[in-house]
Design a protein. Structure first.
Length: 257
């Protein structure tokens, strides 16, 4: 069951290495991806629910952002979002990411969006008005069965590819986050080939590729949710990841791949 908390925040733009700032209207995320590194927020916020079963809604987001924009001046790059998909299903009701995106772009900021949700199509009217925004979609695997396990409540990969295509038709700049490359699951040649084939015709600004962001909670989430036949692969993943030296060697091989 989903627990929604409507909370007031003090600050919305937070300094980050992902651009100059990150902006999150929501903490928590219902797509519930198994590999989600943001699940550390559950402990940080002391939420008793499982990751994916709670969302904190920053109900005063626009008001706080407006005040911050009086002090912070562009050009600055803002990444939306880092601890919850800004266009997860609840955004259809609250429209906070849309409103904040508009405020940022109208104030002259550069915005990089990363989402797995085709709900972003609702906001194409905003995206088409500005050259300083780039829409990114995460593509993890073309394997439908595996995608259902890894990202159970996100838009399908086909919906994401269609969204990118539609964005390009409207001359919106686009990029792809290819990852995370999970050892034994999504780092295979066949998976990578399938993805590159699928995105070949797209005129992307950039492709960003990354490994699995290793956290104990992520390994645990994968272990608990994978089927028995995938358990052997999980053990290989665990073997590669748990020892820092072995993970460094694996990472080097992955880079070559
Ligand atoms: S969509 Fe992103 S933030 Fe949400 S659960 Fe998946 S990986 Fe985490």
């Amino acid at each position: 069951m989903l627990t929604i908390r409507q909370l007031s925040c003090k600050s919305l733009l937070n300094k980050s290495t992902l651009g100059d700032f990150t902006l999150n209207c929501y903490v928590g995320c219902t797509p519930k991806c198994l590999y989600c590194y943001a699940r550390y927020m559950k402990k940080f916020k002391e939420r008793p629910e499982e990751w994916g079963d709670f969302v904190d809604v920053k109900i005063n987001a626009c008001e706080v952002l407006r005040k911050q924009l009086e002090r912070i001046k562009p050009p600055k790059e803002v990444f939306m979002s880092s601890v919850g998909d800004g266009w997860q299903p609840l955004e259809a009701r609250y429209k906070l990411s849309r409103a904040c995106l508009k405020l940022l772009l109208e104030a002259g900021f550069e915005v990089s969006i990363l989402t797995k949700s085709s709900l972003i199509q609702r906001d194409f009217d905003v995206l088409t008005r500005f050259k300083t925004v780039c829409l990114g979609m995460t593509i993890t695997t073309l394997d439908k069965e595996l995608q259902k396990v890894l990202e159970p409540y996100a838009s399908t990969v086909q919906e994401r590819l269609d969204t990118l295509k539609k964005a390009q038709d409207k001359r919106i700049k686009t990029w792809v986050f290819l990852g995370p490359l999970i050892p034994e699951f999504t780092d295979t040649y066949s998976n990578l080939e399938a993805i590159f084939k699928a995105i070949k015709g797209l005129n992307l600004d950039s492709i960003y590729i990354d490994r699995l962001n290793l956290r104990w909670q992520v390994l645990e989430a994968l272990r608990k949710s994978l089927s028995k036949q995938d358990y052997l692969k999980w053990r290989l993943l665990f073997y590669k990841c748990i020892n820092p030296q072995r993970y460094a060697e694996y990472s080097q091989q992955l880079r070559k791949k």
